[in-house]
Design a binder for this molecule. Structure first.
Ligand code: NAD
Length: 484
C-alpha cells in the first residue's frame, strides 16, 4: 500500500480541552525533505504547562484507583487504535523527522509492540508480603508515582509513545508529555487516540513547545518524576533543575556504540550490522557509529562496507525505494558537516566515501550521503563525540584486549556490538563492555519490549522495557500491622 503525506495534527491536549493557541505562540514546522513549512506548531508557555500538570494531578486519584483490569483494557484499546492508524503514524514519521516509509512501518510497529507489552503489565503488578513475626503483618504496596513529566526527542516519535509513555500509564500514573518541537505530530495523534480509546481526561496531556516548555515542566511542583530522552547537555540542565526539588529522573541519552568485528566473524552478519549507520540517517541513539575491525581483515572488510554504502538510496522519505532520508534540520546538516571538516583539518581519519551535502534534485532538503572515515584515531572528536548523522568512524585493533579497551574508551555507555564465531570470546567481550545493551553476531542492541533498555555512564540511567519499565513509575510503601 502506498503511504502519502497527511495533514499533521496540531494543538495541545490539556485535560479534556484541545487548545488551538498557546501563550508562546506558534512556530512553523519545516519538512526536512524539502525545506517547506508544513504546519504551525503551538509553543506552550509556563501557563499551559501549569494547566497540564494541574489537569494530570486532578485525574490521578481516579486513574490510580481504576481496577487494574479496566486500565489494561482501555490501554489495549489504545494499542488497537494505534494499529488501526499505523499508516498515519508512518506518514507522520516521514513528515516530522524524515523516516523513510520503507522502514517507518517497522519503527511504528516497534512502538505498537512496546505499547502492547506495557499495557498488558497493567494488571500484573503486585506488592509483596514481607516476612515478619507471627504477631505482625507486614506488606509492601507498589504505588504509582503520580504525575510524570515526559520530555522526548524527535528521532522515533511513534516508537517513543510505546517505549516511554505507555509504561507510565500502565503503572497508574498520569502524564504530561512534551514532545520535541522538531517532531510533535505523532504524540498529538497518540493523545487523540488515547481519548478515543476511553482514557479519562487529564490522564494523558500533550503540550508541544521548545526547551523552555520542557524547563517549566521539569521545575513544576506537581511533577513527581521526569522521564527524559535526549542529549547529555540538556540532561545536565534537567538534572540541575530536578536537584532543587529532588525530583527523581529517568535519563535515556546518547551513545557512541562500538561495533567490534573479529577476523573469525560471519562477514555477512557483520556487514549488515555495520550498515546500521544509515538507519534513521545515523540519528539513532544505538547506531553502531564506531566500527572496530581486527587488522587481519581490515582492508577487505572496510572495502565491503564502503562498497555497500555507496549503493544506499538516499532521498524523499515517501519514495518506497529510499532507505535513507534527510537529517532533521538545516542546522543538523551543518553541524554534521562540521565534524567532517574538522576531521579533515586535524587529519584524525581518512575520508573513504561521502562527506559532502547532496544537492541536485535533493538541494532543498537536508540530505547527506553515508560518510566513512578509515583509520580514525580513537582519541579524536570523530571517535569520541556523538555525531548523530550518517558518519561512520572505522578503527583498527590487534587483539581482544585492545578492542575492549578502545570500545570502553568513551564517555558513553549505551550499546555495543560484537561479531565473532568464538562463543567464549563473545560472552567475555559482552561482559567486559561498559554499556547497557550488547548485540552479538547480528543481535540488536535494543531487545524486544520484554528486555531492559538503557545506558550507563553518560548514556543515562534507569531502564525502559519489560517489567522494569513499569517499576520506574512505581514506589514501594511498606505497611506494618501490629496484630496483638
Ligand atoms: P535535546 O536534548 O536537544 O532535546 C530533547 C528534548 O529536551 C526536546 O523535547 C527539547 O525541547 C527538550 N529540552 C531542551 N532544553 C530543555 C531544558 N532546558 N529543560 C527541559 N527540556 C529541554 O536532544 P535531541 O536533539 O532532541 O535528541 C538527540 C539526543 O537524544 C541524542 O543524544 C540521542 O542519542 C538521544 N536519544 C536517546 C535515546 C535513548 O533511548 N537512549 C533515544 C533517542 C535519542
Amino acid at each position: 500500500m502506498t503511504i502519502s503525506p497527511i495533514t499533521p495534527p496540531v494543538g495541545l491536549l490539556i485535560g479534556e480541552d484541545w487548545r488551538t493557541s498557546a501563550t508562546g505562540g506558534s512556530r512553523p514546522h519545516v519538512n526536512a525533505a524539502n525545506g517547506l513549512a508544513q504546519a504551525d506548531v503551538l509553543m506552550a508557555g509556563a501557563a499551559e504547562i501549569d494547566e497540564a500538570a494541574s489537569a494530570a494531578r486532578a485525574a490521578f486519584p481516579t486513574w490510580r484507583r481504576w481496577h487494574p483490569t479496566e486500565r489494561r483494557r482501555v490501554l489495549q484499546r489504545l494499542v488497537g487504535l494505534m494499529e488501526r492508524h499505523r499508516d498515519d503514524f508512518v506518514a507522520l514519521s516521514a513528515q516530522e523527522c524524515g523516516i523513510p516509509v520503507q522502514i517507518g512501518d517497522a519503527i511504528v510497529q516497534m512502538g505498537i509492540d512496546w505499547a502492547d507489552s506495557a499495557a498488558t503489565w497493567a494488571d500484573k503488578l503486585a506488592g509483596e508480603v514481607v516476612s515478619s513475626p507471627a504477631d505482625v503483618f507486614d506488606y509492601a504496596l507498589a504505588e504509582p508515582y503520580g504525575v510524570v513529566g515526559i520530555i522526548l526527542t524527535w528521532n522515533g516519535p511513534a516508537a517513543s509513545m510505546g517505549i516511554s509513555v505507555m509504561p507510565a500509564l500502565a503503572a497508574g500514573c498520569c502524564v504530561v508529555v512534551k514532545p520535541s518541537e522538531l517532531a510533535p505530530f505523532s504524540a498529538l495523534l497518540f493523545a487523540r487516540l488515547a481519548r478515543e480509546a476511553g482514557v479519562p481526561a487529564g490522564v494523558v496531556n500533550v503540550v508541544t513547545g521548545d526547551g523552555s516548555a520542557g524547563a517549566a515542566l521539569v521545575s513544576h511542583p506537581e511533577i513527581d518524576k521526569i522521564s527524559f530522552t535526549g542529549g547529555v547537555t540538556t540532561a545536565r540542565a534537567i538534572s540541575a533543575a530536578c536537584a532543587r526539588r529532588l525530583t527523581p529522573l529517568l535519563l535515556e541519552l546518547g551513545g557512541k556504540s562500538a561495533n567490534i568485528v573479529f577476523d573469525d566473524a560471519d562477514r555477512k552478519k557483520a556487514l549488515k550490522s555495520a550498515l546500521g549507520i544509515i538507519v534513521l540517517s545515523g540519528q539513532g541513539c544505538i547506531v553502531p557509529s564506531r566500527l572496530l575491525v581486527q587488522d587481519t581483515i581490515y582492508d577487505e572488510f572496510v572495502e565491503s562496507v564502503t562498497a555497500a554504502l555507496r549503493h544506499v538510496r538516499v532521498g524523499d522519505p515517501f519514495d518506497p525505494k529510499v532507505t535513507m532520508g534527510p537529517v532533521i534540520t538545516e542546522a543538523a546538516c551543518e553541524r554534521i558537516l562540521g565534524f567532517v571538516d574538522r576531521a579533515h583539518e586535524s587529519g584524525s581519519g581518512k575520508l573513504l566515501i561521502g562527506g559532502e551535502r547532496l544537492l541536485g534534485e535533493l538541494r532543498d532538503g537536508y540530505y547527506l550521503p553515508p560518510t566513512v572515515f578509515g583509520d580514525v584515531d580513537n582519541g579524536s572528536e570523530l571517535a569520541q563525540e556523538e555525531i548523530f548523522g550518517p558518519v561512520l568512524a572505522v578503527l583498527r585493533f590487534a587483539d581482544e584486549e585492545q578492542a575492549v579497551d578502545m570500545a570502553n574508551d568513551t564517555p558513553y555507555g549505551l550499546a555495543g556490538f560484537v561479531h565473532t564465531r568464538d562463543l567464549s570470546r563473545a560472552v567475555r567481550v559482552a561482559a567486559a563492555l561498559d554499556v547497557g545493551n550488547v548485540g552479538v553476531n547480528g543481535g540488536g542492541a535494543m531487545g524486544g519490549p520484554e528486555a531492559p533498555f538503557g545506558g550507563v555512564k553518560q548514556s543515562g540511567y534507569g531502564r525502559e522495557g519489560g517489567k522494569g519499565a513499569l517499576l520506574e513509575f512505581l514506589r514501594m510503601k511498606n505497611v506494618m500491622v501490629d496484630l496483638e
